[in-house]
Each structure stands twice: as C-alpha cells, then as structure tokens.
Design a protein around this ligand. Structure first.
Ligand code: NDP
Length: 331
C-alpha cells in the first residue's frame, strides 16, 4: 500500500560543478524499476554502468507495502523488498550503485556532464534518465497522518485492500476517472470528488464514470480533512467552497485515493531535453531516445500513461539496449 508522498529524486536545477570529471561509459540516474533494470542490462552488456540512486533509493515503490501485480512474485512482495532484489541483481553483474542526487546537467557537448550533489562531476558517453514522477497530494495534514492507513495515490497498487468497502477518489482527469472505474469493480461504493462542476477526463472516460452504478460523483466538492481512529474512516468535504451556499459534507470511507496528477522529475534536464507541457520527457516513439544524442529516458519520467513498475522496468531494458547500440556506433 502506498505510504505517502514520495520525495522528488532531484529538485530544481542548480549550477553545473567545475573541476575534474570522472569518466564513465553509461550513467544511469534514478533507482526505481527503470533505473535498476537499465543497470542490469547495461552491466551485462559490459557498459560498466554507474547508477546514482537519488534521494529516495528504490523510487516510488519504496512507498508501497504490498506489490501483487509484478510478474514473478506469485505470493506478492513488499515494494522495498522488490527494489532490494532489483538492486542486488544489478550489483551481481557489477553495476556501480551509488547514493547521490543529480543536481545539474550539461548536455551541450558530445560528452554529457552530470553534477552529483552539487560537487562531483561525471562525464558520460551515454546517460539514462530514470528519475520517475511524484504523485501530487492535496497537502492536508491528515494525508500524512493516515499514510499507509487508507491514503493512497495508486488504485491499481492498493485497490485490492479495499475490496467490498467504500472509498473516495479525488480528481477529475483521466486518471481519476480510470481509477474510479477500476475501484468500482472491487469496492462497494466509490465517491468521485470533483472540485469543479465538470470532469477534465475524456468523453469516453466520463461516460464510463456516469454509467457505473456504484460511482457517485460529488461535483464541486473539496476535501478539507480525513478522520478515523486507526485509519481512514471518513472525509470532511466542503461543497461549493467560498460561495454563499457553501456546505460541509461528511462521507464515510475506508480508502482515500489521490488522482490529481503526477509531476515528472525532469526539471534539471529541461534546458536540453524536450518535454511535453507537463514536463514528461519526450522520446522517439518505440524507443527511449530523447532529442539529445546519447541521452535516453525510461520509466515514469517519460510515461504519463501506464506508470506501472513492470512497464518502467521494460523501458529500462529498452534504454540500456538503445544506449549499448549508440555506444557501439560511437567507436
Ligand atoms: P490531469 O492533470 O489531467 O487532471 C488532474 C485532475 O485533478 C483535474 O481534474 C484537476 O481539477 C484535479 N485537481 C488538481 N489539483 C487538485 C486539487 N488540489 N484538488 C482537487 N482536484 C484537483 O491529471 P491526470 O493524472 O488525470 O492525467 C494526466 C495525463 O495523462 C492527461 O493528459 C491524461 O489525459 C492522461 N491519461 C490518460 C489516460 C488514458 O487515456 N487512458 C489515463 C490516465 C491519464 P481541474 O479539472 O479542476 O483542474
């Protein structure tokens, strides 16, 4: 189960450090399923990869308790355990796993310079960006209080724990609509808490929501608090907040799902690497290549759509293969 807000792997870009650089063939930034899988493939291809973990070693999955949908674990596994397995597997083939945060990059030359922790410089022939994305939260104190006790930002990961129960999803976009319909198949009742009077989701997803009997859309409602003894038991909402007809509404729920968007951890790369309007790194379809030769992107930092551990791992594999081919052509 998702525990709480994952920390950004890196923050806003800072200055590129100066001085002697350590030269590496393949640098991987990020330690989620994409980064570690890239490290496994890159080390097996003799690229001697160095992987910097970022602040949150193991990425978003370390904020999860049970992972039941990753193939190969028939009895499920906890997120931290699974990421430890990924790490060990990468180390078995000689990947250099180091704790450190990429704080700035310079992709203007043929060699790609990455500053670690504002001081160390790595000069890499190929860089794989696997810095992930961070789920947005409302910022309520009670979200922290009930971390892992009913608050989640991933219905696919945690919905199962709320089988037969009543839950709420916050948001009005495609993710919220998708998560609400997914949860409706598992739960007794799903409240969809929408802050405006319309959904931002696509028409098809809106139709699905409206036509699902056990979803109740609470239009123009905003969540101000969560309550419960030993976990979430309900939420306090305000209807038509800030208007003369403002009204307090309390709902009884066991699970509270955030679906108000994700922020891709791409800030430090944006000067060089093309991103979409939200910040997801653009890759050439069917590949992990970015607009910068020798810079590849894998996992959630380039995927607003699937965002699953297994798809991230798959793209990590692709990035290592793309990097290997790029490096072999450099010779
Ligand atoms: P979006 O940014 O599209 O939607 C976020 C939603 O959360 C909006 O409805 C927004 O409200 C609401 N919201 C934001 N902040 C708050 C807040 N503080 N309180 C209450 N509500 C809030 O994010 P998604 O994750 O839904 O989608 C991201 C992208 O991925 C989109 O392009 C989407 O189309 C795509 N996607 C596509 C899917 C598919 O095609 N199957 C599935 C999932 C995502 P408001 O509308 O008022 O701004």
């Amino acid at each position: 189960m998702e525990l709480f807000k994952p920390m950004d792997i890196q923050s806003q870009p800072s200055k590129v450090a100066e001085g002697r650089a350590e030269k590496v063939k393949c640098l991987i930034i990020g330690s989620g399923p994409a980064g570690y899988t890239a490290a496994i493939y890159a080390s097996r291809a003799n690229l001697n990869p160095i992987l910097y973990t970022g602040l949150q070693m193991g990425g978003q999955l370390t904020t999860t308790t049970e992972v039941d949908n990753y193939p190969g674990y028939p009895d499920g596994v906890t997120g931290p355990e699974m990421m430890e397995d990924f790490k060990k597997q990468a180390e078995r083939f000689g990947a250099g796993i180091r704790f450190g945060i990429a704080t700035a990059v310079d992709f203007s030359g043929k060699k790609h310079k990455v500053t670690i922790d504002d001081k160390k410089i790595i000069e890499a022939d190929a860089v794989i960006i696997a810095t992930g994305a961070t789920a947005k939260y409302l910022g309520l104190e009670s979200e922290t209080k009930y971390a892992g006790m009913g608050v989640s930002a991933c219905a696919t990961c945690d919905g199962f724990f709320f089988k037969g129960k009543d839950v709420a999803v916050v948001g009005g976009g495609d993710t919220a609509a998708e998560e609400a319909t997914y949860l409706a198949g598992l739960c007794r009742k799903v409240y969809l808490i929408v802050r405006r009077g319309v959904l931002r989701a696509s028409k098809a997803m809106q139709d699905k929501v409206i036509n699902t009997d056990n979803i109740e859309v609470l239009w123009e409602h905003q969540t101000v608090d969560l309550f419960g003894e030993n976990g979430v038991e309900g939420a306090t909402l305000v209807k038509k907040m800030g208007t003369p007809s403002e009204e307090i509404v309390k709902i009884k729920i066991d699970g509270f799902f955030l679906a108000i968007g994700h922020t891709p951890n791409s800030d430090i790369f944006k000067k060089y690497v093309d991103t979409d309007s939200v910040g997801y790194i653009k890759t050439i379809p069917g590949t992990t290549k970015t607009n910068v030769a020798g810079v590849f992107a894998a996992g959630d930092v380039q995927d607003s759509h699937y965002r699953q551990a297994v798809t991230a791992a798959g793209s990590g594999c692709m990035a290592a293969i793309d990097a290997e081919r790029y490096l072999s052509e450099l010779k």
